[in-house]
Design a protein around this ligand. Structure first.
Ligand code: ADP
Length: 360
């Protein structure tokens, strides 16, 4: 069992299928003895704090930094860093060059990569990975962040209009709630009490599918580019709508003419394929994946009789199009019975939960 006497630096690492996420706790209540900390520790702190990017692909999400947080009896700041899992070898190299190998330390790690890269961490950095289950860590991280950040949870008001507004949601009495974690794939959990949850469903059509298909269809090379293309696109050039089939709505079942009847259904036409733009294909891919997730989430929530659904995961990072679709889809199809909620720290809950496992 660890306690807050665990040697610094304190990290939590979540190595996922697409992105590795790192939570770093920087104490701000150092004693004089600690101020004399070993040079390596100082350098690591300086390096992490003084930069916003690390190598070509690592990023610190400065806007998400949390100050004045109490963890394991210590006060300090939480920093959030991400880099592609495919660059793990470079990350290890970087950590080595900063002297991490000289600090005999244990890092708590979660996600599939905690298993996949365990030997490499030990070999290169003399670092033991203390492994924790990713869903346990995720739930622990959500509960901690929600309790420590008053503005963590929000919903979208008027998700269909131009004037959509982000509104704070009071999540202080949360149970039961559902979590839809949209990472490379999707996991759906039902949370009934602190630390108590079951995985009720999932789908392999997630953020990894969106990005994979988008790269294939448009030749884009990054998530940011895929979203930029999608923001300029029109999915109705790609999808077959109810009105394309009926000439209007399907009145008997109250289906509006603008609803999608067949995702990508227009692409069977040679003419349409010749005219379609990359932007339209990116938008249609985003809409298809998002609506499918909304539909599965809705069925799970109704089945489990839960009205609040928390959507998170890095698929939602800077992705207002999907957040709006999820908000509207949940509300519209459930006739207002279900509410889509979001969290500011989107994809960082697993690594925070993992850090807490080390410290407390
Ligand atoms: P995982 O733990 O499976 O890596 P994440 O919650 O980190 O899951 O989400 C990964 C998904 O986030 C990707 O599939 C992609 O849709 C999206 N994403 C957001 N930002 C990026 C990025 N910079 N690089 C790659 N994918 C990104």
């Amino acid at each position: 069992m660890f306690s807050s006497s665990v040697a610094m630096p304190w990290f939590g690492l979540d190595i996922g299928g697409s992105l590795a996420k790192l939570a770093y706790f920087e104490p701000t209540d150092n004693t004089e003895a600690e101020e004399q900390e070993v040079e390596t520790l100082k350098n690591i702190r300086k390096y992490l704090k003084n930069n916003r990017s690390y190598g070509d692909t690592g990023h610190r999400d400065v806007h998400l930094q949390m100050n004045n947080v109490l963890i394991g009896g210590r006060r300090g700041s939480l920093h959030f860093i991400r880099f592609p899992t495919s660059e793990m070898a470079l990350f290890i190299e970087l950590a080595k060059s900063k002297g991490m190998a000289t600090l005999a330390s244990t890092v708590c790690a979660t996600g599939g990569g905690a298993y996949k890269f365990e030997r490499q961490f030990y070999k290169e950095l003399h670092m033991r990975l203390h492994k924790f289950d990713e869903l346990d860590s995720l739930i622990r991280g959500i509960e901690f962040m929600e309790a420590n950040n008053q503005t963590e949870c929000y919903y979208l008001e008027n998700p269909k209009s131009e004037t959509t507004e982000k509104k704070c949601y009071d999540f202080s009495d949360p149970y039961p709630f559902m979590v839809v974690n949209i990472g490379s794939g999707v996991s759906i959990l039902k949370v009934t009490a602190p630390g108590q949850f079951t995985r009720v469903s999932g789908t392999s059509l997630g953020g990894g599918t969106f990005l994979g298909l988008c790269c294939l269809l448009t030749g884009c090379t990054s998530f940011e580019e895929a979203l930029e293309l999608a923001s300029q696109g029109d999915s109705t050039k790609v999808d077959k709508l109810v009105k394309d089939i009926y000439g209007g709505g399907y009145e008997k079942f109250n289906l509006d003419g603008n609803l999608v009847a067949a995702s990508f259904g227009q692409m069977i036409s040679t003419d349409r394929r010749a005219k379609v733009r990359r932007e339209d294909l990116a938008r249609a891919t985003l809409v298809t994946i998002t609506n499918n997730i909304a539909s599965i989430a809705r069925m799970c929530a109704l089945n489990e009789k839960i009205s609040r659904v928390l959507f998170l995961g890095n698929f939602l990072r800077s992705n207002m199009i999907s957040q709006k679709l999820l908000s509207y889809g949940m509300e519209y199809w459930s006739k207002g019975a279900l509410k889509a909620l979001f969290l500011e720290h989107e994809g960082y809950f697993g690594c925070v939960g993992c850090l807490l496992e080390l410290i407390t």
